[in-house]
Design a protein around this ligand. Structure first.
Ligand code: NAI
Ligand code: MG
Length: 332
């Protein structure tokens, strides 16, 4: 059966790293049909809309989407697209690779971030010239769904330890946000208990200190939306930068895969962007569609190129995007 994959390059280095990821996907003889779609700042300038309805519909109907980055319109593009794929979890691995100058070379963690609610649920109001408010949304159903995914994730040996008995850590702030994070914490721990998965907990502020001091004590981390956004970027800093971090917005029958980084306007158009994050996002796409062996081969090829070079400028090298991509495809 053919899998339809929507490809949205977006703006800036999205136009450079997404073609690299597609080249990697095309190097396998898989039954994929790629469909190009437009979104982002340039699309808005040309059509008046950052996310045309046609793109939204294509993404909603596809089997998976590979997305690069959007510039100033990022929130107008990515938030609706996460909804289009009905994504309930954002998977963000942060791993330090041999050959890359990392602040904490022992870092190997995966964030499982709630992807629809919390303070990103979109309920903000300006009540007066002086006062704005935000409503934080937490449901038992979304918290449980995230926790069920986390249990399955560790049971399948997909955590950093690759061990089905590996547990997870839930990071929250239920001591202050007693109602919302209280609910989140209670539901996540209850699901872990029902499934017989070890789960411990950390207050997210203390966790933000403990993670950089000793990342080796953590593996899979389950957290609410905003906390997952911020803490995973913190972890990015530990492993050598944004050019390396992939992510997956996982839904039930659809997924959207994207590098964590943005459009990198400072280097866009020069052909020097690091394609690693986009290529690793493609590896997550392969695994999501059931091509686990191929996904693993992409990861191995990327690791081997990171270790031996060539490397792009952000990693201290001078290679171009194309040279790094060719080296990855060559390893495959
Ligand atoms: P950024 O991730 O674009 O860049 C931050 C720094 O990291 C820059 O110095 C950049 O050169 C470097 N960098 C990022 N990816 C790299 C790569 N693959 N290779 C080499 N170096 C890389 O974040 P910034 O500067 O905060 O945002 C720039 C634009 O991107 C903004 O308009 C922002 O709204 C948008 N953005 C979009 C996102 C999305 O579409 N998902 C996510 C984050 C930002
Ligand atoms: Mg972010």
């Amino acid at each position: 059966m053919t899998d339809e994959i929507v490809v949205i390059e977006g703006d800036g280095i999205g136009r450079e790293v997404v073609p690299a990821a597609v080249e990697v996907l095309e190097s396998f003889e898989l039954d994929f049909e790629f469909v190009a779609a437009e979104a982002g700042d340039a699309t808005k300038a040309a059509t008046g809309e950052a996310l045309p309805a046609e793109t939204y519909d294509l993404v909603a109907d596809a089997d998976a989407t590979l997305f690069g980055a959007a510039g100033e319109t990022a929130a107008d593009v990515i938030l609706p697209l996460r909804e289009a794929v009905d994504s309930f979890v954002n998977v963000r691995p942060a791993k330090a690779y041999p050959g890359v100058d990392a602040l904490r070379p022992e870092t190997d963690v995966v964030f499982l971030r709630e992807n629809t609610e919390g303070v990103y649920a979109g309920h903000e109001d300006r009540l007066s010239d002086d006062l704005s408010t935000l409503t934080r949304v937490v449901t038992s159903s979304a918290s449980r769904e995230l926790a069920e995914y986390a249990c399955e994730f560790v049971r399948d040996g997909r955590g950093p330890a690759g061990d089905p008995d590996e547990g997870f850590t839930v990071a929250h702030k239920a001591n202050v946000m007693r109602e919302t994070d209280g609910r989140f914490r209670e539901e996540v721990l209850a699901v872990a208990d029902e499934r017989g998965v070890d789960a411990d907990e950390e207050l997210m502020d203390a966790f933000a200190t403990k993670l950089p001091l000793d990342p080796s004590q953590y593996g899979v981390i389950v957290c609410p939306n905003l906390a997952g956004d911020v803490l995973s970027d913190l972890a990015a800093g530990l492993v050598g930068g944004l050019g390396l971090l992939p992510s997956a917005n996982v839904g039930h029958e659809n997924g959207l895969f994207e590098p964590v980084h943005g459009t990198a306007p400072d280097i866009a158009g020069e052909g020097m962007a690091n394609p690693t994050a986009a290529v690793l996002s493609a590896a997550m796409l392969l695994e999501y569609l059931g091509h686990v062996e191929e996904g693993g081969r992409v990861r191995d090829a990327v690791e081997s190129v990171l270790a031996d070079g060539p490397r792009t400028g952000d990693l201290g090298g001078s290679a171009t995007t194309d040279e790094v991509t060719a080296a990855i495809v060559d390893r495959l």
